[in-house]
Design a protein around this ligand. Sequence first.
Ligand code: NAD
Ligand SMILES: O=C(O)C(=O)C[C@@H](O)[C@H](O)[C@H](O)COP(=O)(O)O
Ligand code: ZN
Length: 362
Amino acid sequence: MNPAIQQLHVALGQRSYPVWIGSGLLDDHARWRATLRGRHALVISNTTVAPLYLPRIEAGLDGMHWSSFLLDDGEAHKTFANVGRALEALGQLGATRDACVIALGGGVVGDLAGFSAACWMRGIDFIQMPTTLLAMVDSSVGGKTGVNLPVGKNLAGAFHQPRAVIADIDTLATLPDREYRAGLAEVIKGAAIGDEPFFAWLEQHADALAARDPATVQEAIARKVAYKAGVVARDETEQGERALLNLGHTFGHALETAGHYTTLLHGEGVAVGMLLAARLSERLDMSDAHDTRRMLRLLETLGLPVTIPPGMDPQQLLALMRLDKKNSAGSLRLILWRGIGRAEIVGGVDEADVMAILTEAA
Ligand SMILES: NC(=O)c1ccc[n+]([C@@H]2O[C@H](COP(=O)([O-])OP(=O)(O)OC[C@H]3O[C@@H](n4cnc5c(N)ncnc54)[C@H](O)[C@@H]3O)[C@@H](O)[C@H]2O)c1
Ligand SMILES: O=C(O)C(=O)C[C@@H](O)[C@H](O)[C@H](O)COP(=O)(O)O
Ligand SMILES: [Zn+2]
């Protein structure tokens, strides 16, 4: 039996919002319709998700002026050009400032839809309806929106919080296994940053998670969202602590970009990146081999990649890492750790140490 619907809260004063997690939420029209303020809605989704789930929300939009804009599927379509098309769709709809964008899909849809909402008339409402595990545990919460550029991941964007997050865990039933596992990487990340007991829980429940036991999956989602919501509430625009949520991402984003956004999924890049960050921490005498081994074991148990894909050039990866948004004054700033649950922001990291880790793993 599925557990009951849980409601979490992202506490951001006037921009606070609920995160609902549970079964049957897409059909719970009254719940999410109440978060829409005006008469216009644009549903942004993609060509894979819309046929599966758009009909489920259509009835909830009864009486509204609404239309949909569908992206082609994949990370390679999280582009400025598609933001332009989404804004055209808002124009065609006649959307006024009280219109709402509904993001129905994974993180690609959510990031692009949120950015489009941030741009239209300098900012309108949007709600997140995440349909991947990764989007439920991470991208739908916290208001980071944006698109990729050919020179790098997420280099254009805005902080723009959703009005609500509706995570219907039933949608995970159609999610391919590889995508599900990629989402687990972002769950592991939260635990690895700041919650050792959660990491131990993930180790103990790895089999149930791999088997997608609904109660275990829902508990993992809720624990990760609660952790992220706390960080976001304390540091909405990444002036400090929020950068920790980037554990594994300086390496991971470089790996994604080097693979032209098609070789590794985002969560897979994060998995490899977290292991590389653990190894770099060990090399810098911040942590010991035991923690690196625990990370490696959990990633492998959950079927995540732990090596750099063949053919990727360490020099190119390092060059991509130099464009990371956390860097300052021309030096690398990475998220490393002193062990599980003890991540830290470390500035002035020596490129020679990073190269050594990349070369070992390539
Ligand atoms: N804004 C943030 O804070 C944040 C956090 C983490 C990741 N991200 C971004 O999120 C993106 C990755 O998100 P993602 O992993 O969800 O990828 P995605 O959006 O590409 O979705 C993964 C795949 O699953 C398909 N899919 C989605 N829901 C489905 C369902 N229920 N059934 C069947 N297929 C389904 C999609 O069509 C796609 O092929 C990256 O662009 C990453 O940068 C953003
Ligand atoms: O919410 C955050 O903050 C994160 O860093 C979450 C990450 O998992 C996510 O991939 C995010 O999009 C990365 O942001 P970026 O600022 O490094 O582009
Ligand atoms: Zn991420």
